[in-house]
Design a binder for this molecule. Structure first.
Ligand code: PLP
Length: 374
């Protein structure tokens, strides 16, 4: 039997050697806190963090002061809601729109506001027969949440057009892009999209867990949602303390940052540009699995992942069975309940590849599936 064949890149990437080495180097040779010390070590760590931030900013064509480090996409997406709902003008806002492509972490924070009575109404953008957000269905809302690439269907939404359509209806709409899957496969230009917020996790592009990115277009405009060390320039003590905040990104980064992970993130971003996307593997598996009559493929041939269901076999049973052949892929609802409901299924099976996968892996996976699904 083959050693583990890991085809669950869309859940989390395996770590490139350059990421591991940068983190080990930092932990063993250069460690100190950032943004606090004046010794040589601390200055060097500040520089490493600044270098990583610059690399991330260039990666999505953002200004560097608009890149905020968080602990992951979920954290970023929740913080967007916390930041927005704590602004003094928020009380005048009342509607948001989502779509059935959303991951739980993009949609539930907003629906939670609904439960708490802190927002009045939710709209759901319609999808066309190819599961693209229908441009003419984009409603007039205060906030629009866009999943740039579904983690089940794996193809690009036309984010720029969706944002334009929303702005035609309401020039002041605030747009939030969940780029967690898109970022792995496609170039992002936040200035071209002109989105207000954009979120992704580092671990899905090869960095460690515990690091995410939150891009904030009008970072100067927003009051922070968290308070603590490293974000305040001066505290004026008194009966009721006053303070002067640093500007962005520091004002959004209270507390010690995940330094090791930030340093690894820079290498992950640099490494990602060397990858071809693994389309030949996905295409091969798509073509082979299409020949099995009991398999219903949910994705397009060109999609960045391959999702399917099997007639008469529960996805969890399938996951356990392929597991006995040392194959790791994802089964279940992928934290994307709505798209499964739309497809009229409870869950699906997802194959997603990374640069470590070979055609030999793809052939092995196909052979095992052919053996299991007759
Ligand atoms: C589209 C999408 N959004 C958000 C997330 C949440 O990412 P994390 O769990 O890293 O916070 C995921 C993770 O699977 C995802 O695929």
């Amino acid at each position: 039997m083959k050693e583990i064949v890991y085809m669950d890149a869309a859940a989390s990437w395996l770590k490139p050697q350059s990421v591991i080495e940068s983190q080990v180097g930092f932990l063993t040779k250069n460690y100190a806190n950032a943004g606090r010390g004046i010794c040589a070590r601390a200055g060097m760590v500040d520089k490493l963090i600044a270098d990583s931030r610059r690399t991330v900013a260039e990666f999505i064509n953002a200004d560097v002061d608009k890149i905020v480090f968080t602990s992951g996409a979920t954290d970023s997406l929740n913080r967007v809601v916390n930041i927005l709902s704590s602004q003094p003008w928020y009380a005048e806002m009342s509607t948001f729109a989502v779509s059935d492509l959303d991951h739980h972490s993009a949609r539930l924070p907003w629906e939670n506001l609904l439960h708490e009575g802190k927002i009045r109404k939710e709209f759901v953008c319609e999808l066309d027969e190819d599961f693209n957000i229908k441009i003419d269905s984009v409603p007039k809302v205060d906030f629009l949440i866009i999943t740039a690439m579904s983690n089940v269907l794996g193809y690009k939404q036309n984010v720029k057009e969706i944002i334009n359509a929303a702005r035609l209806k309401n020039p002041n709409v605030i747009t939030v892009v969940d780029a967690s899957q898109y970022i792995v496969h496609e170039k992002i230009d936040v200035k071209d999209w002109d989105c207000d917020f954009l979120c992704f996790s580092g671990h899905k592009i090869g960095s460690d867990t515990g690091i995410g990115v939150l891009y904030i277009k009008d970072a100067d405009k927003y009051y922070p949602d968290k308070f603590g060390g490293g974000m305040i320039n001066k505290v004026i003590t008194g009966e009721k303390s006053q303070w002067i905040l640093y500007s962005s990104p520091e004002k959004f980064e209270a507390g010690t940052l995940p330094l090791t992970q930030i340093i690894g993130l820079q290498k992950a971003v640099e490494n990602l540009s060397n990858w071809d996307g693994g389309h030949d593997l996905i295409n091969y598996m798509y073509d082979e699995l299409s020949k099995i009559s009991k398999i219903k493929i949910l994705t397009n041939r060109d999609a960045c992942m391959l999702s399917f269901v099997i007639e008469d076999m529960h996805v969890l049973d399938f996951g356990a069975l392929v597991g006995t052949y040392n194959i790791c892929l994802r089964v279940g609802n992928m934290c994307a309940t709505w798209i499964h409901k739309k497809l009229n299924i409870d869950g699906s099976i997802r194959i997603s590849v990374g640069p470590w996968n070979t055609m030999d892996d793809a052939k092995y996976v196909v052979d095992v599936i052919k053996k299991l699904v007759k």
